[in-house]
Every structure is written in C-alpha cells, then in structure tokens.
Design a protein around this ligand. Structure first.
Ligand code: FES
Length: 123
C-alpha cells in the first residue's frame, strides 16, 4: 500500500507498467498487486482529467449536507475529477472536501464554487 500511495502521489496515478515492477520489487505476483490496486477506489490507473476533488460521504459529513455538496460538485460544471470518499479525518469540520490534497472543512456549495474558481480553470 505505501508503495502504491507513493507512486500515485508522484505520478497522479499508478500506471499499468508499474505493476510488474512493484510486484518484482516486493516479491509479490502481479495479480496480488493488481488486486490491491483495483480493490481500493482511491488508486487510479489513468491520470486524472483535472484537479482531483474528494467529497466526504461518511456519516458526520452526510448529516450536515455532504450528499448535497457531492451532488453540487458533480453538476456544477467543474473541470475536475470528483471522487466520493469515506472520511477525510475532518469530521468536526463537516462537511469536508479535499482538493488536490488540501483539506477544507465547513464547506458549502458557495464556498466550493469559490474554491474551484481559485484552482484556475477548474470551473
Ligand atoms: S465524516 Fe467526513 S471527514 Fe469524517
């Protein structure tokens, strides 16, 4: 997992070509690495098509509008890749999102629009 996280952090995704190299380096089969890679939605095998916006769907965020925020993010015309996630560790500041690895709490649709406007071309 740490290797896959590292590759994705460095490249934005885990290319298929890297699977064999990772498997060999860790003395695992390619199937084992591929299995982990495809099991967790966090890992991407293709580069993202723009800034990555993660929107929390877990309970604390859901109870204060997280689902509406996700729907807004998916339909506001943002040119970013919207990923639903389950807890960003910002439960006390729900609803929470993470944009390009930067967490934001107490988010609203209006604040999200501002945030996406600031990301230069995300909207
Ligand atoms: S439930 Fe959303 S950050 Fe924890």
């Amino acid at each position: 997992m740490p290797v896959l996280h590292g590759v994705q952090e460095a490249l934005g995704h885990v290319p298929q070509q890297a699977v064999a190299q990772i498997a060999q380096a860790l003395n695992l089969s390619r199937a084992e690495v591929h299995g982990v890679l495809t099991y967790y939605h966090h890992f991407r095998s293709e580069p993202p098509k723009g800034p990555v916006l993660q929107v929390c769907r877990a309970e604390a965020c859901r109870s204060v509008g997280g689902e509406q925020l996700l729907s807004h993010a998916q339909h506001c015309g943002a040119h970013c890749e919207v990923e639903p996630v389950y807890c960003l560790g910002l439960c006390a500041m729900a609803p929470a999102v993470m944009l390009e690895g930067q967490p934001y709490g107490r988010m609203s649709s209006a604040k999200l629009d501002e945030l996406l406007d600031d990301v230069g071309g995300a909207r």
